[in-house]
Unconditional design. Structure first.
Length: 236
């Protein structure tokens, strides 16, 4: 037992030894910074696309048209009930078999599309719940005043629903940033992929620094989500 603990402690010491850190800063830190920038860019683009999809399908999910609600349910159920990794791999390797022209799409865009579709499904549910939390009479009153359905949603219902929707949206932003690690399966140079490249020679510094980068990106958003949730509870 003592020997096993000693070996474990020796491995830990080696992983975080001075030579490991020296090698990391000389040969690996720049790659991790580039991976961080790739992850940040992919997160921003995917979040913008996911928000657009989520708002559209969230509104359609509360519409009076059965076909629109049915399409929304199909989209949400498919993307919520299958793994993101599988969706990304299908987009990268499966669809090009059916449509070879898709093989020319950059890996960055493949990953962004996968993240957007996946998180758009969750955002649409949050938007739908927020809209349904608003009294139906407000929508009917807006329609009776001559507004179209889209105008009533844009100017009356959605602004009020934001108080309910913002906390889960912020949580989805946190989850999306962490899920950018799916790029490693596509061999795209995100933060996790660059970490894997350097981990063979400096595993301890590489994984510790990557974890720190993810924490820096996610922690402020997580705090914001909790603050928004507290405000929403006070408002109720």
């Amino acid at each position: 037992m003592t020997g096993g603990f000693s070996q474990w402690f020796a491995n830990i010491q080696y992983m975080f030894s001075v030579p490991q850190w020296q090698f990391f800063f000389q040969s690996g830190f720049k790659g991790l910074l580039q991976g961080l920038l790739f992850t940040l860019e992919a997160s921003l683009v995917a979040l913008a696309c996911a928000l657009a999809l989520g708002i559209v399908f969230g509104v359609l999910g509360t519409s009076q048209w059965k076909f629109a609600r049915a399409v929304t349910r199909v989209y949400v159920e498919i993307f919520q009930n299958t793994p993101l990794m599988l969706q990304a791999l299908f987009l990268c390797f499966g669809l090009p078999i059916l449509w070879p022209a898709l093989a020319r799409i950059p890996l960055f865009m493949v990953g962004v599309i996968a993240l957007s579709l996946y998180h758009g499904a969750y955002i649409s549910e949050a938007v739908r719940a927020g809209i349904q939390s608003i009294n139906r009479g407000q929508l009917e009153a807006s329609l009776s005043q001559g507004m179209s359905y889209v105008q009533a949603m844009r100017y009356v219902v959605i602004p009020q629903a934001l108080r309910v929707v913002l906390p889960p949206l912020t949580n989805q932003a946190v989850n999306l940033i962490k899920n950018t690690s799916v790029f490693i399966a596509l061999s795209a140079p995100d933060l996790m992929y660059e970490t894997k490249l350097i981990s063979d020679m400096a595993a301890g510094p590489a994984f510790l620094t990557a974890a720190l980068f993810y924490f820096i990106l996610c922690f402020p958003l997580a705090k914001l989500a909790r603050r928004l949730e507290d405000k929403a509870e006070v408002g109720n």
